[in-house]
Ligand binder design. Structure first.
Ligand SMILES: Cc1ncc(COP(=O)(O)O)c(C=O)c1O
Length: 383
């Protein structure tokens, strides 16, 4: 087949007129850092997730950092999470001083295997951090029951999960804290950004303090007419607030999340159809329970050809790809520091050798998917 001239990226944000108009209006307004737009973005996000509160941030990683900190998670604590996740979560656990305790995944869906969580719970366990992998929800009934039984906190890693529903409930809508990411490859973007959704007003207050130096009032209130620019700090905090210029982009993207997810779902169905007869690859499986998939990623597993070789061959066809994720338990510092509590993670290890994320983004065309499917057929045929 003829190789396309233009590189097909793995992901690309969809930025249209509404985004440009909203960001331009913010730039012209004279107020570009945290203010009314980030508040509006938070309110809109509550409506989507079904949570009562939301705190906007400059990344999901920042959200995980201050959530663990606000919950006083630290040395002596254990946090249960899959190893098949982005390093940022595990970094934040490690930096808090707590121990990450890994639970294996289900090879088909790449989601945490909730049947294996209970055996990892000890007296030291404080929290479970499930990941709604690739936009498919984790089994929340199982997780909620365990959290109730052992009095554990649940922090949903919803970085992939704008538009993900479990039995009709949007991620973040189960009464727990959930953390969303708006990195450019995510289902909606603010360039960089994150949102913590929650229902606990005391925790929200702590998060708001921790995200902005520990200062009690927002800058826009201090610098507005009649505002008091003085401040006091009871406990020091970080600098993790989301500026309005990014919230403006987020507000425009939120109006389009359904359109984006419909496109992603349609393209994922085309991939499933176009790749179904190819032996030597495993297609992503979806959970058996009732759910709506956000199709943040389309991850196949390649076993007919060496995965890294397969990546090189995709490059020859001018096709981009991603790797979600190198498993956390294989990272050097985890192997060195937590060797005794890694345990066996056979399905994670199996998947880790074979996974590769194919291009998937809302402005991708159907013929791009057809091109990728044809290229994969050729690569597999030629061994
Ligand atoms: C599963 C998961 N968790 C957390 C994050 C962190 O998000 P951010 O880049 O907004 O900090 C990501 C981002 O890629 C992710 O994929």
């Amino acid at each position: 087949m003829k190789v396309r001239k233009k590189f097909l990226p793995f992901s690309r944000p969809s930025i249209g007129k509404s985004e440009i108009n909203k960001v331009t209006a913010c730039l012209k307004s004279g107020w570009i850092t945290t203010g009314v737009l980030s508040k509006e973005f938070e309110d809109n996000f509550c409506k989507l997730s079904g949570s009562t509160l939301a705190v906007s941030l400059n990344s999901a990683t920042a959200g995980m950092h201050i959530t663990l900190s606000a919950l006083n998670i630290g040395p002596g604590d254990e946090i249960i999470t899959p190893s098949m996740t982005f390093a940022s979560t595990v970094n934040m656990i490690a930096l808090s001083g707590a121990k990450p305790v890994f639970v294996d995944i289900d090879y088909g869906t790449l989601n945490i295997n909730t049947n294996l969580i209970e055996e990892k719970i000890t007296k030291r366990t404080r929290a479970i951090i499930p990941v709604h992998f690739a936009g498919a929800p984790a089994n929340m009934d199982k997780i909620n029951n365990l959290a109730r039984k052992y009095n554990l906190t649940v922090i949903e890693d919803a970085a992939h999960a704008v538009g993900t529903y479990y039995k009709g409930i949007h991620t973040g809508g189960f009464g727990h804290t959930a953390i969303f990411s708006f990195h450019p490859i995510k289902n909606i973007t603010t360039g960089e950004g994150g949102m913590v959704t929650l229902n606990d007003a005391a925790l929200e207050k702590k998060l708001r303090l921790l995200r902005f130096h520990g200062i009690e009032r927002d800058a826009w209130k201090r610098y507005g007419k009649g505002g008091n620019p003085s401040y006091d700090i009871a406990a020091p905090g970080y600098k993790y607030n989301m500026p309005d210029v990014l919230a403006a982009l987020g507000l425009a993207q939120m109006e389009r999340w359904q359109e984006f997810n419909q496109k992603r779902t349609g393209l994922a169905q085309l991939y499933l159809e176009g790749l179904k007869d190819i032996s030597g690859i495993d297609l992503p499986e979806v959970p058996a329970y009732d759910h709506t998939h956000a199709w943040h990623l389309f991850v196949i597993k390649v076993h007919a050809v060496n995965r890294d070789e397969f990546m090189n061959r995709l490059s020859d066809y001018n096709i981009g790809y991603g790797l979600h994720f190198p498993p956390a338990h294989a990272l050097n510092y985890i192997k060195a520091g937590y060797a005794d509590n890694i345990g066996l993670l056979p399905e994670t290890d199996l998947a880790a050798q074979k996974i590769i994320s194919l291009p998937l983004f809302p402005d991708m065309r159907e013929k791009d998917v057809e091109y990728v499917c044809k290229a994969i057929k050729e690569i597999i045929k030629n061994g």
